[in-house]
Design a protein around this ligand. Structure first.
Ligand SMILES: [Zn+2]
Length: 179
């Protein structure tokens, strides 16, 4: 059994009601897509076909998900598993308010940035496990992760590059401790 299939099985046991659904087949996600286009003045075009999204117990995936290599799906699902656990711990209304509104929806979205930092830390750990430590110490990967926080992808969550770099390097340091 590959890592991805094993993780799906583990999450099915851990989170009763867990499911994976195609985003483009969800009317709700098409509505979010148009909302994001509006609030980002057309810059966030790729919500339906570039991002996997977790709400409650459901991970919504892009149409090409099943074509991805199993290891890539595994690394992404490790990230989404953190969000599944956040929803379970905080409940959907609290998660929604923290993620979308506090203290600002864009520019200084501290709640969203903290929730995503927890999930991206897991992405870094999973990528290191699958592709080796060199994959996550690679400056391009580090910049890619940090740019997720600073750019349009998540509505300009957090503007402070140095604090994000310190966070990233602190996650790398925990990888070293585990070895
Ligand atoms: Zn996330």
């Amino acid at each position: 059994m590959d890592r991805y299939t094993a993780l799906v099985e583990a999450l099915t046991a851990e989170i009763p009601g867990f499911r994976i659904v195609r985003k483009d087949q969800s009317a709700f996600h098409r509505a979010i897509h148009y909302g994001l286009l509006a609030v980002t003045l057309g810059r966030m075009k790729s919500y339906l076909d570039s991002f996997q999204t977790t709400i409650g117990k459901t991970v919504y995936v892009t149409a090409d998900w099943d074509d991805w290599p199993a290891d890539r799906r595994y690394v992404t699902l490790r990230h989404e598993a953190i969000h599944l656990r956040q929803f379970r711990k905080l409940t959907l209304p609290v998660m929604a308010i923290l993620y979308v509104l506090l203290p600002l929806p864009m520019g200084l979205a501290y709640g969203r940035a903290r929730l995503e930092q927890e999930a991206y830390a897991e992405s870094i750990r999973a990528a290191s496990e699958v592709w080796g430590r060199a994959a996550v110490t690679n400056p391009d990967y580090r910049k890619y992760v940090i740019d997720q926080f600073m750019g349009a992808s998540y509505g300009w969550m957090w503007p402070f590059r140095r604090s994000l770099e310190r966070w990233y390097d602190a996650v790398l340091a925990t990888l070293d401790e585990r070895r």
